[in-house]
Write a new protein. Sequence first.
Length: 289
Amino acid sequence: MRRSSNNEAEVVQWIEQIVLCQRGEQPVGEWLKSGVLLCNLVNNIRPGLVRTVNQQAAPFKQMENIRNFLHAARELGLEESSMFDTIDLYEEKNLDSVIKCIYALGGAVQTHCPDFTGPKLGIPVFTKGKDPSKSKPKPAAHLLHLDPAEVGAMRMELESLRERVAPLQETHDRLLRENESLRQRAEVDVPHWASQVRQLAEQLEEVSAPLASVPIGEKLMTVFQGLQVVEGGLRGMKGAPLREEMDELKRAFAQHLGEGERREEALRQEVQRLRAQIGPGADSPNSVL
């Protein structure tokens, strides 16, 4: 099926009528690039076919929308030969194949979606010798071409996380060393000065005891009690401000590290899913990983 200006005009009109969104002056590639309109298109044909339509402007989210549309198109009975690669639309490498795919989808909808009573596009498409209701999508071999972009974007995010975590790790290690040094000093210095304060307090108590009944004796006893408080504080001093700083650093470090681990796990699951879709050829030289 050759693409013509009539095909493009018919495709645009069909989408506009179903999703109720006008293209305006936008080029067709820019209009469809995010994949949102395409997902809304198939959801209007068969509600719930695409469960999640990403509204974010992130490249891998928009490419996910396009991929979800292609999967939905298979569910609606479109043949693999009419599919396009995600980069054909996202990078506008082959908009002819995009128009061809949507035009063919219009025919498949007429055959496989008898309950859809909306606008029609093209002519019904019948597959000789096959039961459309039992047709299964072929392995998603085209994903071999689109995935490096998505995987590359995720890897860039992971590298950014690692770069942000590295300075936190260095600061964390430095504070551990400083804390150890302070702890060692505190084990020697704090007990020493606490002992000195205790000795002074005992001497003061001894001197002030006979004078307890006169005003100066009361004042000396007050000073003695203050020295006792100071001694208790010295013995209980464990570097609390430093601990608070380290706790805050540990929380920030754990947060960034957890985010990195979640990204890595998402990447791993995505690769496993793609391998499962691609089939036995996933480990060939042309595979993603």
